[in-house]
Every structure is written in structure tokens, then in C-alpha cells.
Design a protein around this ligand. Structure first.
Ligand SMILES: [Zn+2]
Length: 277
């Protein structure tokens, strides 16, 4: 049976694989569009099929991991390392597939612009491909990185368990509303620079129950663009997450969000975090 830590890590990997599969949809949606040039279509079909294969294989590896006996795994550390390396290589290959696809779409767009008579170029329907694809390339590395880090963590020896908490986190006030600064300890994890953002990532710990919260704060470039997101995390997730993968953790979880972008309203919600609107 997987331990609670392993269950958490496996759930997060599963969440990442699910979000990665969603990112394939915009590509599939345009494959039959006549605006796509045949060479580009071949590349996108190949990229999409390869990414499908990668996801299926990754799911199988994760499924095997879920049923594997941990002690047996520790006894076969070398074999486990090979597994982890395979998984990391496999899952990160999706980044390259997308980079290639975006480069091809961008080149196609440029050709179209060059062919158009001077002054008459209008951004074409190709944008319907380019924009979702570029959005996807911003999100995809955070999913592949987080899934890879979680998979590697699965093969590391379990860390000391936490001191008992003072109350059950499920009943605590921190589950019903965001805490004020006098009710928490804050630890700065780092800044996420993905896509030119400056997302501040902190771990807050509730004074009442000891629950850790992963918090992402993004100020944005415009007035009323500021927003924050926070989700409860277990110690094993806290030890695995990096500033660049914090949004991927949120994307796979339920979380509080608020800030001027949301008109100051605080909501408990789920789904990919809104960092682009
Ligand atoms: Zn609490």
C-alpha cells in the first residue's frame, strides 16, 4: 500500500498528466483547419500522437509505482533510479515537442506575412493556432517539471514525519477564510519568472493548526491585475515544489483566490489559475 506521502505525490502526478492532456486539445482542434499548411499539419499530428503516447506510458509507469511495494523498491534502489530517469526523460520530452510545434507555427505565420503584399497583412486564422499553442508552452513545462520532481521524490527515502498538530486542519478557521498576517508564519520560497512574470511564492503556516499553505502572489502589469492563490500542502509537497512549479500545484488542486483582479472577492475554486486575463 502506498504511504500517505506517496498517495499525495501520485495524486499530484496524475493531476499534471491530466492537465498536460488538456493542453493537447487546442492542437487537435485545428488539425482539420484549411489554414494549416500540410507540412505543419504533419508535424502537429506527429507531435500530438507522440505526446499521447508519452502520457499513456507515463500513466503506466505511475500506475506501476502506485502498486509497487515501497520496501521492495528501496531494496532495488538502482532499478528505481532507472525508472525515475526514464520517467523524467519521457515526460520532459513533451516540452521539446511543443517547442518544435511552436517554432513551426511561428515560421508558418512569418511566411504568410512575407507573402502578403506590403501593408496588407492581417493576422490570420493562424493566430487561432498560435495563441493557444503559445499559452500551452508556458504552462506545459511547469506540469512536466512538477510531475518529474514528484516522481523522483517517490524514490527518495521518506522524511521524518511532522510533530502532531494542535487541531485537525480540516476543522480549522484557515479552511474557511484566508488568515491574517497575525495568524500565520510566512516563509519565502522564491520568485517564479516564467513568461516574464514575477510571481512571489511563499509557504504560510497556520498558527492555529500548523497547516501549510502554498501561496502565489502575482502583481501583474496593469491596475487591478494583482491576484493571489493559495492551497493547503502537506510537508512532502512543500519539499517538492519550486517557484516555477507552484502554479502547476495550484492547477491540480482546490484553492483560495483573491486580489484586485477578482474585485477583492475571495473564492474557493479549482482549475488552472488565471494568470493571463
Ligand atoms: Zn489552520
Amino acid at each position: 500500500m502506498p504511504t500517505p506521502d506517496e498517495t499525495e505525490l501520485l495524486a499530484l502526478i496524475d493531476g499534471c498528466l491530466h492537465r498536460l492532456a488538456e493542453q493537447l486539445e487546442p492542437i487537435r482542434g485545428v488539425l482539420d483547419d484549411p489554414v494549416i499548411d500540410p507540412k505543419l499539419r504533419t508535424l502537429l499530428v506527429t507531435a500530438s500522437a507522440t505526446a499521447d503516447w508519452v502520457l499513456t506510458t507515463a500513466r503506466t509507469m505511475v500506475g506501476n509505482q502506485a502498486v509497487a511495494d515501497r520496501r521492495e523498491h528501496v531494496a532495488q534502489t538502482a532499478a528505481a533510479d532507472v525508472d525515475a530517469n526514464n520517467f523524467v526523460g519521457l515526460i520532459r520530452s513533451i516540452d521539446h515537442l511543443y517547442d518544435e510545434a511552436v517554432a513551426a507555427v511561428t515560421a508558418n505565420e512569418r511566411d504568410e506575412r512575407d507573402r502578403a503584399p506590403r501593408g496588407s497583412y492581417r493576422p490570420s486564422q493562424l493566430w487561432s493556432v498560435t495563441l493557444p499553442l503559445k499559452d500551452a508552452t508556458v504552462r506545459i513545462p511547469s506540469y512536466t517539471q512538477l510531475a518529474a520532481d514528484c516522481f523522483v521524490r517517490l524514490h527518495q527515502p521518506a522524511t521524518e514525519s511532522e510533530a502532531p498538530q494542535t487541531s485537525s486542519p480540516e476543522d480549522c478557521v484557515c479552511r474557511n477564510r484566508p488568515l491574517t498576517y497575525t495568524e500565520l508564519d510566512s516563509h519565502y520560497l522564491g520568485t517564479d519568472h516564467t513568461d516574464g512574470r514575477h510571481g512571489e511564492v511563499t509557504i504560510n503556516q497556520c498558527h492555529h493548526c500548523g497547516q501549510r499553505w502554498l501561496r502565489y502572489y502575482y502583481e501583474g502589469w496593469h491596475s487591478y491585475a494583482g491576484r493571489w492563490f493559495q492551497t493547503p500542502v502537506s510537508p512532502v509537497i512543500e519539499q517538492t515544489v519550486k517557484p516555477e512549479t507552484a502554479t502547476a500545484v495550484l492547477d491540480c488542486r482546490e484553492y483560495f483566490c483573491g486580489g484586485s483582479h477578482f474585485s477583492g472577492k475571495v473564492r474557493w475554486t479549482s482549475g488552472p489559475v488565471d494568470l493571463w486575463g
